[in-house]
Design a protein around this ligand. Structure first.
Ligand code: GDD
Length: 397
């Protein structure tokens, strides 16, 4: 990978947010070109070997809920062989058992490709039992893991931790371009390869999101949810620092990755609030405004890389306006309910949600359910007691 250096950055306490980095070449070749080490060079080279090494330590979580099997297969084909895909499915079991279909697909595909994988159903009672001791908040009244994308992500993150993975990345399963999946994973590894600290996050900004306008292909830069989320996150940073910024361009990026050290120390929010909540959790825990539960991390610092992909992001966009509105409300609700949100910003968020006809005048967005960091789960016990062979072909235990 040949990647442009970030041109500027913003600090918020111990968090260092870098401006978006641009890809110059997706493949930098195997040899390290010493010219790129010059402090005057604006492009950095990350050779194959460095990316491969990181990928070996990385689990890629693929949340699935009733997606087309062809898309899921395409996503799998884009994940580098060195990574461990963990598919967490909340697909229907009845009347048609879509989970069973996913299971057959993964088994056949990964057998042919000699690709390792794990597949869990989010509502599997055995999976739920792992959380019964000290993470009951993720269980619903039936004792199973709650529905929702975030809840699937939390479970899969804990499983990757149990397997000793050092990095965790997320890729949605409704992606039409396997080439973009490969690029996202390579960008995650590129971010981690540049990190100076153990607590690192990498977020993808799609180069474009194509749609059809007037029978022509139109390469939009930002989706509606993304644009609105970024605006209010930047506003939050600006109000605290006193200097206006527009540096954050990846506020609710579903495609993002974290070092496990960081993933275990952030709080999660339910459903589609999860990504924006990661930002808010960074600001609350490491921003220096509120007391930090992790003083060691405060000293060392946290880095957030934003990487712009070359591939367009083409996913299933037939989910409708209600779905987008649900995501906007969830995303802004996390900002609104943060202890860091000033009154003036709360008012602006309420007005925005009213303008979009998501809320009525004076109504507050509903606070998403919050989940504590995963740090204190006793995953050593899981490693020994769980019959991993029931969940795929991963031999790395
Ligand atoms: N395991 C699991 N459980 N997966 C789920 C669930 C669930 O309850 N609900 C949805 N998913 C899966 C979907 O199958 C898809 O692969 C992925 O999660 C994202 O869900 P979508 O409903 O397709 O979201 P989106 O494409 O509209 O929005 C995406 O991009 C946003 C940024 O623009 C998501 O990644 C959002 O979280 C993100 O903020």
């Amino acid at each position: 990978m040949r990647i442009g250096l970030p041109t500027h950055s913003e600090r918020f306490g111990s968090n260092l947010f870098y401006s978006v980095q641009k890809v110059y070449e997706l493949d930098a070749g195997p040899e390290l070109d010493p010219e790129f080490s010059s402090p005057f060079h604006v492009v950095r080279q990350i050779p194959h070997a460095a990316l491969h090494q990181i990928e070996q330590d990385m689990a890629i979580v693929i949340p699935v809920k009733n997606e087309k099997l062809r898309l899921l297969e395409g996503v799998l084909s884009g994940i580098p062989n060195a990574c461990l895909p963990i598919v967490i499915s909340n697909s229907q079991r009845e009347p048609t058992d879509r989970f069973q279909m996913e299971s057959l697909l993964l088994n056949n595909f990964c057998h042919s490709a000699k690709k390792k994988y794990l597949l869990f159903h989010q509502r599997d009672p055995v999976l739920a039992s792992l959380f019964a001791d000290n993470y009951q908040e993720i269980l619903d009244e039936t004792g199973l893991i709650r529905n929702g994308k975030a809840e699937g992500m939390i479970a899969a993150t804990a499983l990757a931790h149990a397997l000793g993975k050092k990095y965790i990345g997320f890729i949605d399963s409704d992606n039409y371009f396997p080439g973009s999946v490969l690029e996202y994973v390579r960008l995650y590894a590129t971010g981690f390869a540049q990190a100076q600290t153990d607590h690192t996050m990498v977020r993808i900004q799609w180069q474009s999101k194509p749609k059809i306008v007037d029978n022509e292909l139109y390469f939009a830069r930002l989706g509606r949810v993304t644009r609105i989320t970024n605006q209010y996150l930047n506003q939050l940073l600006s109000l605290h620092s006193g200097f206006e910024t527009d540096l954050l361009l990846t506020g609710n990026a579903g495609e993002h990755a974290m070092s496990m050290d960081l993933a275990l120390k952030l709080s999660f929010a339910s459903g589609f609030a999860v990504e924006t909540n990661h930002f808010i959790s960074l600001l609350e825990y490491f921003g220096g405004v509120l007391p930090s539960p992790f003083p060691d991390v405060m000293k060392q610092g946290v880095e957030v890389f934003q990487m712009q992909s070359r591939n367009p992001h083409f996913h299933d966009f037939s989910k409708g306006d209600d779905h987008l509105n649900e995501m906007i409300e969830a995303s802004l609700a996390v900002i609104y309910h943060s202890q860091l949100c000033p009154k003036v910003l709360k008012k602006q968020i309420q007005e925005e949600l009213k303008r979009l006809k998501i809320l009525r005048a004076g109504q507050e967005p509903q606070a998403p359910r919050q989940y504590k960091p995963l740090l204190n789960l006793d995953v050593n016990k899981w490693r020994k007691t769980l019959d991993w062979s029931r969940y795929g072909n991963y031999q790395g235990l």
